[in-house]
Design a protein around this ligand. Sequence first.
Ligand code: R5P
Length: 312
Amino acid sequence: MTDSLRIVSGSANPTLATAIAAALGVSLVSSRLERFPDGESRPVVDGVRGADVYLVQPTSPPVNDHVVELLLLLDSCRRGGAQRVTAVVPYLGYARQDRRSRPGEPVAARVIADALVGAGAQRLVVVDPHTAAFEAMCAVPVESLTAVGVLTDGLRPFTAPGTVVVAPDLGAITLAEHYATLLSRPVAMIRKTRISGARVRAEELVGDVIARPVVIVDDMISTGATIEAASRVLRDHVADTGITVAATHGPLVSDAVERLRKIGVRRLLVTDSTAQTTSCDLVAVHTIAPLLADAINRLHHDQALDDLLAHT
Ligand code: R5P
């Protein structure tokens, strides 16, 4: 059975795919990304006929390029005769657009779900997706893993007794409760309103953080606006130990890291669900390769992975 297991990597995070393959004791299937002169992607995959294929491609920035490449790779695998194709999308872009927040908007998460299935995904593996509703939008099984365990191990040295786990918005409360349970710490929450893609307003703090150290947790940090807004609400109240932040996904666009440093964030823990190129003292990257390898191994052998799944 192990003979039919194949790991294919898109161009978004080959380092992670290579680490997953190494943990599973297999080689990456040969693939390459060619381009037409006008920019069209043309990925090529060899050697998947009859195989149980796990295609690793987070849809990190440049998001649209990586989404299209993922769709084309799925089609390559299907047409190449793969017996079963699982899309392993550690960071799932467009998941934030899971509802129409005002007239005229699409439900982009649903469009992406349909596109992935239409292109040939027979199952999806994602990590801490922004919305639990994604599973219901998807016509094929979705395994939503969580990196909370991985990041909790990294957080333990920074969560002295008295530390409070803070959700920077309502959407992060389930995640915060999961961290709080593993760390045996209380939870607080901030009410946030999004004004635009890059601007948010934090309005109200619920919970006791007075003179306590805090850890802010979220599913992702993009521009850093959410963490900045939360930090502004917290900073006049919390202990003077600096703020620690943990997020599963760190696409960290534009000047997100400097933005967080300026607001008093002392450390930022993220995973390698997206390729991490930042090398600075503020950011610590924790790998989810063993988590994904474990999940892939179990799926390949039709074993349960309940203990790896996100709380919803
Ligand atoms: C939104 O609800 C998400 O959970 C994150 O809080 C948000 O997407 C982070 O983006 P940014 O860093 O740009 O605020």
